[in-house]
Design a protein around this ligand. Structure first.
Ligand code: F0G
Length: 454
């Protein structure tokens, strides 16, 4: 059969509240044109993020009832730890309430003023957690990864030549190297096994640990299976295990590829770092057998980790993202190619060339999608990355709008609706205008800043 169906039936539903364009105009004005400030019930199709928005399975909900809420030594922790180690055999597994808590703890343990933490591309919370220690967060993605139109199977790869040069020059200042799989800020693009292996070889030469920011590890593994020679016949769990065999540790947001609404972990082999990390954990998250989570959350993660590596699921997941990407491409909308795992990224700079980067073409497109059809996407461009540590403002490398697809939530007809809304916005693209920022906090401004239309 050529139709790849959703490999699940729907057992519980959440109603979507419809709104009119006039209502949305009022709502977005009240939100100061910041889509993060909207109430989610005022959104028709919410593609703001794939994080924490997954639909859990019947098995996961059943697991919730099995949660053991003991303060210390809960069997739920042991089931969680075993499920993590089954795929990611690190010595220490430290649960946290979500990914950024794992990042904060790791950075507090390893980084300080004068250090550099390279990555292919740091996600915004990772970058902020690196910078808050006084260290520098450096992006070393391959040059192909910065060109939205260019087709390349692994645009998330790190530039190992530049990594080697950095480690040769300033090795003592680099406590660890990170690799984000898939590369979210660069368009949800995968990293090849060969690149993980090479990055590890470069790190090993300089005695520097390699950590994976592994939020979307299963999607990355599926891309390896599809696109990399020698992996077509391997099972997803085997590919996952090989990916992690090259790493010394990982940070994880379980809100993505563990199919749960909250959770994360830090896993690593180094005993001393693990001891310091657990101390940090106890200070702000909780005892090491629950981190910032309830026992029931740990159960849901343990089950989610089994479901996420099922090939029927991953095939449907990739097909649904590709379906949206293909329709937009056929319409003439410029998108980051090839389509990433969890999202379609629209190149707003090419779509709206009349809006200069510092008038935020991505924001203009995101607001237009909301006004036209109640769709909420997310700007990943100069609003998110434009403010520099020294207070100046620079255009970001790309002006993207991300339409992230929650896992197991929307059906093909929801996606058809998104496509129809896009047709309308595309026809009126020359009429869209830019924005100015009228109020912003000192860090991570995109979450709370206020805009006004130009
Ligand atoms: N690393 C990557 C690559 C991410 O995409 C995220 C979150 C995090 C770390 C932090 O994890 O949210 O659990 O604290 N990304 C979400 C997103 C927010 O919308 O892409 P967290």
């Amino acid at each position: 059969m050529k139709t790849i169906i959703e490999p699940f039936r729907i057992k519980a539903v959440e109603p979507i509240r419809m709104t009119t364009r006039a209502q949305r105009q009022e709502l977005i004005e009240a939100a100061h044109y910041n889509l993060f400030s909207l109430k989610s019930e005022d959104v028709i199709i919410d593609l703001l993020t794939d994080s924490g928005t997954s639909a859990m399975s019947a098995a996961q909900w059943a697991g919730i009832m099995q949660g053991d809420e003991s303060y210390a030594g809960s069997p739920s922790f042991h089931r969680f730890e075993a499920a993590v180690k089954e795929l990611m055999p690190f010595k220490h597994v430290i649960p946290t309430h979500q990914g950024r808590a794992a990042e904060r703890i790791l950075m507090e343990v390893v980084a300080s003023e004068g250090h550099v933490i390279p990555s292919n591309t740091h996600f915004d919370t990772t970058r902020a957690n690196v910078e808050s220690t006084g260290a520098e967060a450096l992006d070393l993605v391959i040059s192909e990864g910065r060109d939205p139109e260019l087709e390349h199977p692994f645009k998330g790869n790190i530039d190992t030549k530049r990594l080697n040069a950095l480690l040769s020059e300033r090795g003592d200042d680099v406590p660890l190297v990170m690799l984000t799989i898939t590369n979210n800020s660069g368009g949800g693009q995968p990293v090849s096994m060969a690149n993980i292996r090479e990055a590890k070889a470069v790190c090993a030469e300089h005695d520097t640990p390699l950590f994976l920011d592994a939020c979307r590890f299963a999607e990355n593994a599926y891309f390896i299976k599809q696109r990399e020679d020698g992996y077509g016949d391997k099972s997803i769990p085997d590919i996952v295990r090989e990916m992690f065999s090259h790493a010394d540790g990982m940070t994880m947001s379980a809100k993505k590829d563990a199919l749960v609404n909250i959770g994360g972990w830090l896993a690593l082999n180094d005993d001393t770092w693990a001891m310091h990390a657990r101390n940090q954990l106890i200070l702000t998250e909780g005892f090491p057998t629950y981190g910032g989570l309830a026992g029931r959350d740990l159960e849901a993660i343990a089950i989610g980790l089994k479901e996420i590596v099922e090939e029927d699921y991953l095939e449907y997941r990739m097909a649904s993202t590709r379906y949206l990407g293909r329709a937009l491409t056929e319409m003439g909308v410029p998108i980051v190619r090839p389509v990433g795992g969890h999202a379609v990224y629209i190149d707003a700079k090419s779509l709206l060339p009349h809006i200069p980067p510092l008038e935020y073409p991505g924001q203009a497109l995101a607001v237009a999608l909301y006004l036209t059809g109640g769709i909420r996407g997310c700007e990943i461009g100069s609003v998110m990355f434009g403010r520099q540590a020294d207070g100046s403002e620079e255009p970001a490398a790309m002006e993207l709008v991300r339409l992230a697809i929650p896992r197991r939530v929307y059906t093909q007809s929801h996606v058809d609706y998104v496509i129809e809304v896009f047709e309308d916005v595309y026809d009126r693209r020359d009429e869209l205008s830019g924005y100015t920022i009228t109020e912003e906090p000192p860090q991570l401004r995109h979450f709370t800043c206020h805009f006004e239309p130009k």
